[in-house]
Write a protein that binds this ligand. Sequence first.
Ligand SMILES: C[S@@+](CC[C@H](N)C(=O)[O-])C[C@H]1O[C@@H](n2cnc3c(N)ncnc32)[C@H](O)[C@@H]1O
Length: 139
Amino acid sequence: MLAQARIALKGQPRMHLARAEIGPGATAGLPYAPGTFDLITCTNALHDLLDAQAALSGLRRLLAPGGQLVLEDFARREPPFPGAVFAWLLRRIERNRVHAYTLGEAQSLCERVGLQVAGGRAFTIDWFWHGWVVRAYRV
Ligand SMILES: C[S@@+](CC[C@H](N)C(=O)[O-])C[C@H]1O[C@@H](n2cnc3c(N)ncnc32)[C@H](O)[C@@H]1O
């Protein structure tokens, strides 16, 4: 991902890329001061986080007041899509422990860590992959 970003952002003078691991902790385990960012995006990664609520709480602290978090991921499929089939296919594709959230669950997680949810939208990618995006603010 970093190698692709380096190519895509080539020539941008203020680009800074860093490898970091999101985890629990005051600032989600990231080496930045609280209130550093006006915008944080997290795409297709929430399902990988062991403690998503703790990580989101840390990301909230990294936002400046009024700062925005845009969270996007694939959605856990719900009935009538068979849950066991979804879980089995996901295990085969991801090959490690993942937890896929629904749009509603993602919005609740944001609210639980004190973010104000400003919008959420579900979308369809294909017959198997559905996704959602949530926009939330630190008030
Ligand atoms: C499905 S890929 C999505 C990559 C990219 N964000 C995109 O949307 O194309 C999931 C990414 O999350 C990263 N990831 C998983 N757990 C992470 C963690 N705890 N901290 C930082 N990155 C993590 C993986 O290394 C991988 O690059």
